[in-house]
Design a protein around this ligand. Structure first.
Ligand code: DAH
Length: 368
């Protein structure tokens, strides 16, 4: 890099000035021609434009200051032209960037298709859960949740499973260890169903209530093709004045048609749950054979899908401890509970419940 000292000027006429500035422009151009990277460009910028040591600063202090007043204008014009020349050279040099070869190596072909990134998708269980919730939300139900670690009181006692009652044996329960010193009602367990959230809801809210409760539940069941110790349920509860079994039938018939198609039929079979009286199991006409009878419905034409019933007055009596308005003489209600995995398996033709939890992308990728 040339860095000859700026000579002193002896003559200030136009010809002398032209010659002096032409020499500097040439030096500037020569210097800029060999710049080979951002560091060299920066050194060049300092060399010419640096505030204290830069050559233009030198020109200004040696020539401008020494110039007789009548030459100052001519000198100033040339000085500005030189400055612009250096700045242009710098712009070019810093814009030039890497060599053509380096550029070619890095070039991207914008005509090639892009790399498609996988966006996530709802897990089929979550999706089914949302679908069910949606059907009831459209009927004016709100959505509630409750804890998965529940007390014996909410999971069993307040749902009318008294301590020691054989109905408790129908739900093989995982309990939290080392709680023998607590009263039974306060002992913790993993909820075996979403029904306890019925009571939690009623304790917080006087009637009318219309609520749907999606959630995860746990049972000490061995896993097989259709059972998993952890699964999902959607609970429903409707309490108001004059709620009848017809309301229950109409609501669930509508929900099944919304979920499985308008041609499905429903039928209600007497059943037993401690927290409903009367209780029923709901069957839908087989969605695989349309009711004619096939392997899936064991030739019966019907598939059992959920439990339901009219809320037992004993359950309202527990709710009345916190909310006196749940007076079974004045209000009535229905409840229902359904297994999400079972519904998802039917909707999507899945025969192994374990597929939902295996995390196999070949399976999950089908639901994108
Ligand atoms: N909690 C029951 C179970 O897990 C399902 C159920 C049946 C819920 C009837 C209800 C109901 O609310 O009315 O087996």
């Amino acid at each position: 890099m040339t860095n000859e000292a700026i000579p002193n000027l002896t003559a200030f006429n136009e010809a002398a000035l032209d010659q002096a500035f032409a020499a500097l422009e040439k030096q500037a151009s020569d210097g800029a021609a060999s710049l080979d990277g951002p560091e060299a460009v920066e050194a060049y910028r300092l060399q010419w434009l640096g505030r204290k040591q830069g050559r233009l600063n030198d020109v200004s202090s040696r020539w401008l200051k020494a110039a007789p007043p009548e030459a100052k204008k001519l000198l100033g014009q040339r000085f500005n032209a030189l400055k612009k020349h250096v700045e242009d050279l710098l712009d070019q040099a810093s814009g030039a960037g890497p060599s053509d070869a380096a550029l070619a190596a890095e070039a991207i072909d914008i005509t090639l298709p892009g790399t498609r990134r996988l966006t996530g998708a709802e897990h089929p269980i979550t999706r089914t859960l949302h679908e069910i919730t949606q059907v009831f939300a459209a009927l004016g139900y709100s959505v509630g949740v409750g804890p998965e670690v529940e007390t014996d009181y909410y999971n069993f006692e307040s749902m009318n499973f008294p301590p020691g009652h054989p109905a408790r044996d129908t739900q093989d329960t995982l309990v939290v260890a080392n709680q023998e010193r607590r009263p039974l009602r306060d002992r913790l367990l993993l909820r075996t169903h979403t029904s306890p959230v019925q009571m939690r809801t009623m304790e917080r809210q006087a009637p009318p209530v219309r609520i749907i409760i999606p959630g995860k539940v746990h049972r000490n069941d061995a896993a097989d093709a259709t059972h998993s110790p952890i699964f999902h349920q959607v609970e429903g509860l409707c309490v108001d004045t004059n709620i009848t079994f017809s309301d229950l039938k109409g609501t669930l018939d509508h929900a099944m048609k919304a979920l499985f198609g308008s041609s499905v039929k429903t039928r209600f079979f007497p059943s037993f749950f401690p927290f409903t009286e009367p209780s029923a199991d709901v069957q839908i006409s087989c969605i695989f054979c349309g009711g004619k009878g096939c392997r899936k419905c064991k030739q019966s034409g019907w598939i059992e899908l959920l439990g339901c019933g009219m809320v037992d007055p004993a359950v309202f009596a527990f709710a009345q401890e916190k909310q006196p308005a749940y007076d079974p003489k004045k209000i009535s209600g229905f409840a229902f509970g359904m297994g999400v995995e079972r519904i998802a398996m039917m909707k999507y033709g899945i025969s192994e419940i374990g597929q939902f939890y295996a995390g196999d992308m070949r399976f999950l990728g089908q639901f994108v």
